[in-house]
Design a protein around this ligand. Structure first.
Ligand SMILES: [Zn+2]
Length: 300
């Protein structure tokens, strides 16, 4: 039978194996990021006989891990990657802040929100009918040019001839042509979006974003936002890490960047946090940033 310690070790291993950010990729060398735990001593809870620690997850490039297993993996002559490691809490926070930016934009601008427009663009570019669409767009531009030129000629001629309706029929014809082409463009656009295989997943993404709980960002202390693992797992394909910036590729074909990923756990001191029991607190110690159990051990 497993004793408790061994069981916990296995659980930690399992948990790390299925870590949320297993699909982050190093922007320096292209290797995957690994999740490992660091631990830190808590001085004000340690005393002459007992030391107090807490552990926190960080993520770093596989080629930058100093663990035994990874030293073995590096072949002779292969160099270590010197990319920085990231605190998982910073990745969580920057991801959530981005989701709330997207949410704000969606609430204010609806279908004109940046994420929607980018989704539409990606649909068009992926579509088999993209060339047809572009052709109609070109035709519209040309038709508008002709319409403008004709209107201008009529204006100029009216001064000379004293008549201002010489080209009225022609102008009307061109106007109809433009309207027809605009219609055609909208029809193709609708068809492309309607048939896009990513549409259900994009619609679901928008639904999830709009359902996020309201957070008062106007508050004096910045807010540590609870991480929505479900949203991350459902919609993120992978993320490329470039120091402070992570560029996420979504499953609906749009990419976005998050910033602030290089913050350290202690940078979140003075942030406001809502605990699991729903209470609001101001973080005053690094271990309060993550939900972690403190570990005590006897001093040797
Ligand atoms: Zn690397």
């Amino acid at each position: 039978m497993l004793n408790k310690n061994r069981y916990e070790k296995i659980m930690i291993k399992k948990r790390d194996k299925f870590a949320v950010f297993s699909h982050l990729v190093c922007g320096v060398c292209g290797k995957p990021f690994k999740r490992i735990r660091y631990s830190s001593k808590i001085y004000n809870l340690s005393n002459s006989t007992t030391e107090c620690f807490f552990s926190y997850p960080i993520l770093k490039c596989e080629k930058n891990c100093k663990t035994k297993e990874n030293t073995k993996k590096l072949k002779k002559g292969e160099k270590r990657c010197y990319s920085e490691y990231l605190h998982e809490c910073a990745i969580h926070q920057s991801f959530m802040e981005k989701l709330y930016d997207i949410r704000q934009d969606l609430l204010q601008n609806g279908s004109n929100a940046k994420i929607v427009q980018e989704y539409y663009t990606s649909c068009l570019e992926r579509s088999l009918y993209y060339e047809d669409y572009q052709r109609v767009v070109r035709n519209i531009a040309e038709a508008n040019e002709v319409l403008e030129e004709t209107t201008q000629s009529q204006k100029e001629l009216s001064v000379v001839l004293g008549k201002d309706n010489i080209f009225d029929n022609l102008i009307e014809e061109y106007q109809n042509q433009c309207a027809d082409l605009e219609n055609q463009k909208n029809q193709i656009f609708k068809q492309i979006i309607y048939n896009d295989e990513n549409k259900p997943i994009f619609d679901y993404f928008v639904e999830c974003i709009l359902k996020l709980p309201d957070i008062n960002f106007a508050n004096q202390s910045p807010c540590l936002i609870s991480f929505e693992k479900g949203i991350y797992l459902s919609f993120v394909k992978y993320g490329m890490v470039y120091g402070d910036v992570i560029e996420y590729q979504t499953k609906f074909g749009v990419s976005f960047q998050t910033h602030g990923n290089s913050l350290k756990i202690e940078d979140f001191i003075d942030y406001k946090k809502i605990t699991d029991s729903g209470k609001s607190m101001i973080i005053s110690e690094p271990y309060e940033v993550i939900n972690t159990q403190l570990q005590y051990r006897k001093k040797k």
